[in-house]
Design a protein around this ligand. Structure first.
Ligand SMILES: *[C@@H]1O[C@H](CO)[C@@H](O)[C@H](O)[C@H]1NC(C)=O
Ligand SMILES: *[C@@H]1O[C@H](CO)[C@@H](O)[C@H](O)[C@H]1NC(C)=O
Ligand SMILES: *[C@@H]1O[C@H](CO)[C@@H](O)[C@H](O)[C@H]1NC(C)=O
Length: 255
């Protein structure tokens, strides 16, 4: 409680000091200086190229500069703001005024990185974001509006979900490929080969037992009395013409 009171007093005191100093700093985004004729700028949002900014997440913007003029220029600051989509005069957030000390000679290029954070409490809506670049030569100050477009503020969790989805896809793909090789490896192991042979043998054995009675019947009384005998012989002779006929001939002779 005491600490709170003290800090309140300190805050009040500092505000009084700031007011009493009589120094009223001009807001950088209010009426910024005009651009220099031969300065071109570009922007790049490396991690959010779709201009979907998760609320409460730092957003990087890289500002590319080309000094096409005949004089060197000092690039001194960048500041951005988040505004209402259809009412630019409604400033929702003024981001940090970041100072740089980048001298770009005539005809040369440079790039600066600026980071801002849309407030975590912003609703998932379209907003306007403007990024302003400040620079000067020895005589004058200039500024360029590097970026001034509609952006989407999105929920951080949906952005993370989306990234996690991609990650899970990758994990599943790796597991799938790994599982396939593991499966092939297990099948290639010695005991699995034996198992594989056994399973292959089983149907062969059953066909043998199926044909066994016929083999066993051959040459016995059952063979002689069987009414199916001519059918069997024809099928057997059809399958192996040369081999079966001599064997069947003695049977006929026995009759
Ligand atoms: C943000 O910047 C605008 C334009 O310079 C100014 O009118 C407004 O008062 C600023 N808001 C805050 C909270 O500093
Ligand atoms: C740029 O800044 C440096 C030091 O901050 C200064 O010496 C130099 O004169 C400046 N150049 C221009 C073109 O403003
Ligand atoms: C940004 O664009 C809006 C229109 O979309 C315009 O009203 C506003 O003045 C522009 N701001 C800057 C800093 O250029």
């Amino acid at each position: 409680m005491k600490i709170l009171l003290v800090s309140c007093l300190l805050l009040a005191g500092s505000q009084v000091l700031a007011q009493s100093s009589g120094y009223a700093p001009r807001h950088p985004l209010t009426d910024p200086p005009p651009p220099a004729a031969d300065v071109q700028t570009q922007y790049w949002f490396p991690s959010h190229p779709q201009l979907q900014f998760p609320a409460g997440t730092p957003i990087d913007v890289v500002v590319g500069i080309h000094n096409g003029g005949s004089q060197g220029l000092n690039f001194t600051a960048i500041m951005a703001s988040l505004n209402a989509k259809d009412k630019f005069s409604f400033y929702i957030q003024n981001f940090t005024f970041v100072e740089y000390d980048t001298y770009v000679p005539a005809g040369e290029e440079a790039s600066l990185q600026y980071t801002f954070m849309p407030d975590g409490s912003l609703p998932q809506l379209e907003f306007q974001v403007a990024v302003q670049l400040f620079y000067n030569n020895q005589a004058k100050s200039f500024s360029n509006t590097v970026f001034n477009s509609t952006i989407d503020v999105i929920e951080l969790s949906s952005f993370i979900d989306f990234q996690l989805l991609g990650l899970w896809g990758l994990v599943l793909a790796v597991l799938g490929v790994g599982g396939f090789f593991l499966y092939k490896y297990i099948l290639g192991m010695p005991f699995m080969k034996q198992y594989g042979r056994r399973t292959k043998r089983k149907p062969v054995q059953t066909t043998v037992t199926d044909t066994d009675p016929a083999e066993w019947l051959k040459g016995t009384f059952a063979n002689m009395t069987s009414p199916q005998k001519p059918k069997r012989r024809s099928s057997a002779s059809g399958a192996k013409p040369g081999m079966k006929r001599p064997a069947s001939n003695p049977a006929l002779n026995q009759r």
